[in-house]
Design a binder for this molecule. Structure first.
Ligand code: HEM
Length: 337
């Protein structure tokens, strides 16, 4: 209605004036801000959490009419700011790091128990073990996410352990004077860092041995990538791999040492995990400590049962039969040539 009653010329003048004034206002704000040493572009960044909050407040005051346009962005920015702050605070506090160690340790213990139960299928014979191994290997959608999560947890666990150890050293640079260990610190607990790092070294050896199948560290057990270590469907014959691997006493020695370190680590680590998560009191403490030792011993027995059984002759017949078949088929192929 208003527009219809206005003469054309006056409508043109009004619109032009409006556009010019908006532009000049924007330019003016920018100019004023720049001359005050306050650059608008950099100020917009103040909504991203890493600019300091005093600067942000000042900008908000001088640009209060801008608020509505960027309210949503600011909301997201502040939420990010809060989340980052919480994560930083957790990481910077000793208690937070203990929580990270406890929760990552818990997940790794669950994996170690699961892996042992899976491996014990060795005693059911080649077919069940190979079927289980093939099921894990062929589920790529499950395998890789699990591998990535496990690796991240292991890194988090080690990094927070080293960081806590350094904080402890910084707080008490001189060792205790008395010869006896401090109250509550038994041998396993004082071995935690060294033991944990030894488990890490064993794990690297173990992955090179069975997962990456590096022949150089195999102590003449044969190349795990050849047909002897494949089943009739061409899938890895994990049973034959285990028998060949543990037929080498030196490889067994690595496993005995690595699993030994793991169990010493867990005999204290499981109890420490409950303590960090706040489940320990005078009543539960002895139960938890005893329970941790029982789990550690059970894992030790379970894992070492396989190399021990192979050293005692278990599975040798199966491997010899496969090796015999393999050499016969090679001889036949050569005769045909
Ligand atoms: C005698 C003891 C053990 C045996 C016989 C054994 C056997 C195996 C085998 C055969 C594989 C390869 C599976 C495949 O590629 O199909 C494997 C992988 C693995 N093992 Fe063990 N293991 C033993 C102890 C351990 C221990 C104590 C740990 C942990 C501290 C461990 C952690 C792993 C991990 C992380 C993998 C890689 C899984 C993957 O491929 O993503 N193992 N193990």
């Amino acid at each position: 209605m208003v527009m219809a009653t206005l003469p054309r010329k006056s409508l043109f003048v009004t619109t032009t004036y409006w556009v010019i004034s908006r532009n000049s206002m924007a330019k003016l704000t920018s100019l004023v801000n720049t001359t005050r040493g306050v650059n608008v572009t950099s100020k917009l960044r103040s909504f991203i959490p890493f600019i300091n909050s005093k600067e942000k407040k000042q900008w908000e005051l001088t640009n209060s009419n801008f608020h509505h346009n960027i309210a949503a962005f600011r909301c997201v920015g502040l939420q990010k700011f809060e989340t980052m702050n919480v994560l930083k605070r957790i990481w910077r506090s000793t208690l937070g790091k203990k929580y990270i160690m406890a929760l990552s340790g818990l997940a790794l213990v669950v994996f170690v128990i699961g892996h042992m139960v899976g491996n014990l299928q060795f005693f059911l014979g080649p077919e069940p073990l190979n079927r289980y191994a093939h099921f894990l290997q062929s589920n790529v959608e499950l395998l890789w996410p699990v591998r990535i999560v496990l690796l991240s947890l292991a890194v988090l666990h080690v990094v927070s352990a080293i960081s806590l150890w350094r904080e402890n050293r910084a707080a008490r640079p001189v060792d205790y004077e008395h010869e006896h260990p401090p109250y509550g610190a038994d041998w396993a607990s004082r071995m935690m860092l060294v033991g944990g790092l030894s488990v890490g070294c064993f794990l690297v050896y173990h992955l090179l041995h069975y997962t990456l199948k590096v022949e150089a560290i195999n102590f003449s057990a044969g190349n795990f990538r050849t047909d002897v270590f494949k089943d009739s469907a061409g899938h890895p014959d994990v049973y034959a791999m285990m028998v060949a691997g543990f037929s080498q006493p030196l490889a067994c020695l690595f496993y005995f040492a690595g699993v030994g370190f793991l169990c010493i680590h867990l005999s204290h680590g499981i109890a420490a995990m409950f303590q960090s998560l706040g489940f320990v009191n005078q009543v539960y403490r002895p139960i938890i400590e005893k329970g941790a030792k029982i789990v550690a011993v059970a894992l030790c027995v379970g894992y070492l049962a396989i190399p021990s059984a192979v050293l005692l002759g278990c599975g040798r017949e199966y491997l010899a039969k496969k090796q015999g078949q393999q050499s016969t088929s090679i001889a036949l192929k050569e005769n045909r040539k």
